[in-house]
Design a protein around this ligand. Structure first.
Ligand code: KG4
Ligand code: ZN
Length: 340
């Protein structure tokens, strides 16, 4: 088969979204995600419920992805699946399905590192979207990850900074919980922050050396701040919600920007690509765009559907691996933690 005729079916099931996508070379034909709303009532992802929901969703989601792409199973060149990192019970559903289908169709099986996929999502071919050039810096920010990665090529990347405790998405979600907002609270903080004063309240930023992050101290600072103010005024949250959210968001953005500035200084690389659910945050997007004029950076912010967990990003890595024949045999195993 010619390289110009590569069709990849990609499966992503590392956390609480069951996703499948079909790619024709580096173009996305379909990108289907079934979100698991069941977790919202528990205030976070319940692993046992996630794997059960994946089992229910996986067949209809893959079927929908093939139908939307108008691609027959027999046309597929390879199956790509998320090998890790993630929740073991969730990963197993996607990998078992992928293995079985590749055996049944007698086509190659490709294992994808979820974190590489968040970064390489920038190489999905989209009209009007410039791709970064190697080397570039990737800031991956989500409910499970916070990393700065130096990306030298498709398969050569190194983590130069990461969180030592909570991920930045957790900082948003846990702060929201303290304010009595439902899970996931990140998008709500973003919404209220738009109407608030980011300088209304100040929270101490963590002092972490080098390019690493820490967010657990911020969460504690916010908790004490709220407790103290509520003692004086029981309606403190309701009366100041917009300003509190704007101030929390402002602090988180400053923490991220301080480290990015340091990373640019240390590496001399001025191309910054972001990924992960938190990159949907409007404050982060605006601040990054402003950095282009302010610091001479070039920033890359992909379409929203490629920043949150999705299978198109697994498919683009699958396509690159297909071109260099990086295939697995059926003994490949899922990994909750995986070497970068
Ligand atoms: O990448 P993602 O969909 O799933 C993983 O965690 O892997 O990211 C979800 C995270 C949640 O913590 C959610 O609160 C956060 O992304 N998030 C946001 C926004 N939209 C989603 N955080 C801040 N502002 C947003 N607009
Ligand atoms: Zn993710």
């Amino acid at each position: 088969m010619q390289n110009s005729e590569v069709f990849i079916l990609a499966i992503e099931s590392s956390c609480d979204d069951t996703a499948a996508a079909v790619l024709h070379n580096d173009k996305v034909l379909s990108n289907v995600v079934a979100n698991q709303l069941i977790h919202n009532q528990y205030g976070g992802v319940v692993p046992e419920l996630a794997s059960r929901a994946h089992q229910q969703n996986i067949v209809p989601v893959i079927d929908a992805a093939l139908r939307k792409a108008n691609v027959q199973k027999e046309q597929l060149s390879a199956i790509a699946f998320t090998q890790g990192p993630g929740l073991m019970g969730s990963l197993l559903v996607g990998s078992s399905f992928g293995k079985s289908l590749s055996l049944a169709l007698n086509i190659p099986l490709i294992a994808v590192n979820h974190m590489h996929a968040h970064i390489l999502a920038h190489f999905i071919d989209e009209e009007g979207y410039d791709k970064p050039e190697f080397p570039f810096l990737a800031l991956t920010i989500s409910g499970g990850h916070t990393q700065i990665v130096k990306v030298n090529s498709f398969f050569d990347m190194e983590i130069i900074g990461e969180t030592t405790d909570d991920a930045v998405g957790e900082a948003f979600d846990k702060s929201a919980k303290i304010l009595g907002l439902p899970y996931p609270g990140g998008p709500l903080i973003d919404k209220y922050a738009k109407e608030g004063n980011p300088k209304a309240f100040t929270f101490t930023k963590p002092k972490v050396p080098g390019l690493d992050f820490s967010f657990s101290g911020l969460k504690t600072a916010i908790l004490y701040f709220i407790q103290k103010n509520k003692q004086e005024n029981p309606n403190f949250i309701e009366e100041n919600l917009n300003d509190i959210c704007a101030s929390i968001q402002h602090t988180i953005i400053e923490i991220l920007m301080d480290k990015l500035k340091l990373a640019v200084k240390e590496t001399g690389i001025k191309q910054i690509a972001i990924g992960g659910g938190v990159s949907a945050n409007s404050g982060i997007r605006t601040t990054l765009k402003e950095s282009e004029a302010k610091y001479g950076w070039k920033t890359f912010i992909p379409k929203f559907e490629y920043t949150t967990d999705n299978a198109a990003m697994i498919g683009i890595v699958g396509y690159q691996k297909y071109l260099s024949k990086r295939f697995e045999d059926s003994s490949v195993v899922s990994k909750a933690r995986i070497q970068f």
